[in-house]
Design a protein around this ligand. Structure first.
Ligand code: ACO
Length: 409
């Protein structure tokens, strides 16, 4: 045991040191009927339905959104009503649109989504109810509108809100690009919405759950989740993956790039590895098939070739450690193939537009059925109790702080 831990006081906390879970690995924080991830078999199910089955049967993203908020798939009439609530959400207040317009064009789309969601929280004092799936559906529509306004802002276009149509994907693509979208692009976005819709309790959902466990409003929960999604170890990886493919540039450079960066410099291969999956993430396979279905051309086709070559090398070198492609490995190429710009965290923003359904479904389930404030503990390994000396008596200000790691058992 370390010196700092041996000496005096706070024994109970220090004895708890062995229960500290680094990165909360394998800590269960809630019960859920939403999503199950089998990390050893590489299986993902939404309320019992395999994600491949949902995609293969041609489901609309809205059907899966309904499943998450209501627990069962909708009938045609239920789906129509549900889409109506989402479409009500498209009409975000002008002031929220204006808030987004104040940011520089170089802004991150995820930062703009946070700005938009914070503004909605400010415009809805009292927040939203946790027992109302219809207003949760409106919130999904608001996120679609905020994402459209944010993307258009960074693309240098005037703001435009989505309008009702036969699908969220079509309404969104029409709003962002001003033209009638090709069917295969509507289908690809619909599939991407489903693939990213929920994934149990990753960092973003956990951050949002912490916020709503204080009974903060749903918008604030979404802002907390967005903040956690933004980083490159989670949703921000989509952006890093594309940068990585661009950095390599050509399939012939893959071996040399991998040896220099991953083997020698010990950099992480972006889009590979997962806390739960120790085999191929099923979403990565689905996104790869979607990228193929888009018949990529020009620069994105070249990046797809790099991606496939790098995937082979990555699995060969890292597969035995259980490190395989994750959802973010091919999703950026799908977004690029649809026509979204590869800048300003746009792809992480599109990921967030899918995931907002999972976030709020977890929030509702947690607050309504198993609510308790999430308030964990920390094991104190700092100095023992000591006397505070007033400023004028203090001789030495610069203390030599030992690194925290040296005090951890
Ligand atoms: N490339 C190379 N080595 C890796 C990678 C990777 N992508 N991922 C993990 N490892 C190695 C680590 O270096 C470490 O090796 P060591 O034991 O020899 O030190 C070991 O695997 C364990 O790594 P951790 O980072 O502790 O594992 P964790 O469960 O925390 O990692 C994570 C999960 C953060 C996703 C990690 O794999 C990673 O950083 N990947 C790259 C970023 C990425 O693609 N993120 C997207 C995740 S999916 C999503 O958000 C939808």
């Amino acid at each position: 045991m370390h010196k700092g831990i041996e000496s005096g006081g706070w024994t109970a906390e220090r004895n708890a040191a062995e229960v500290v879970s680094s990165g909360l690995e394998d800590v269960y924080i809630e019960w859920t009927r939403l999503t199950h991830v089998d990390g050893d078999r590489g299986e993902l199910t939404y309320s019992g339905y395999a994600v491949e089955d949902i995609l293969g049967k041609g489901a609309l993203a809205e059907e899966v959104m309904y499943l998450f908020l209501h627990g069962e798939l909708p009938s045609a009439g239920e789906l129509r009503r549900f889409r109506g609530y989402i479409e009500e959400g498209y009409e975000i207040p002008d002031q929220v649109v204006a808030t987004i317009g104040l940011a520089p064009r170089s802004a991150s789309v995820v930062a703009l989504q946070m700005q938009g969601m914070s503004a909605l929280s400010a415009f809805s004092p009292g927040g939203q109810r946790y027992d109302d799936p219809d207003s949760a559906a409106r919130l999904i529509g608001q996120m679609v509108a905020i994402t459209s306004v944010s993307l258009r802002h960074v693309m240098g276009k005037k703001s435009r809100l989505p309008l009702p149509s036969d699908s969220v994907s079509r309404s969104f693509l029409r709003a962002v690009f001003d033209v009638e979208p090709e069917e295969k692009k509507v289908d690809a976005l619909n599939a991407a919405l489903i693939l990213y819709m929920d994934h149990e309790v990753p960092a973003s959902t956990t951050a949002g759950l912490v916020a709503v466990s204080t009974l903060a409003d749903l918008y604030s929960g979404v802002v907390a989740a967005l903040a956690a999604l933004k980083g490159p170890m989670h949703g921000g990886a989509v952006e890093e993956v594309i940068k990585q493919f661009r950095d390599i540039g050509d399939p012939s450079r893959v071996g040399e790039w991998f040896a220099e960066n991953v083997l020698n410099k010990k950099k992480k291969l972006m889009g590979f590895g997962h806390r739960v999956y120790k085999t191929y993430d099923p979403r990565a396979k689905a996104f790869k098939a979607l990228a193929s279905s888009l018949d990529l051309s020009g620069g994105s086709a070249a990046l797809f070739d790099v991606a496939k070559a790098l995937e082979e090398v990555g699995i060969y070198a890292l597969g035995q450690k259980g490190i395989y492609p994750n959802a973010d490995y091919y999703s950026g190429l799908v977004y690029m193939g649809i026509g979204f710009p590869p800048s300003n965290d746009a792809y992480t923003g599109l990921f967030a537009m899918s995931r907002v359904t999972g976030w709020i479904a977890h929030f509702l389930e947690y607050v309504e059925e198993q609510h308790r404030l999430i308030r964990p503990r920390a094991v104190y390994v700092g100095p023992d109790r000591r006397e505070f000396s007033p400023l004028f008596e203090r001789r030495r200000v610069v203390a030599e702080l030992p690194p925290l790691r040296s005090r951890m058992p």
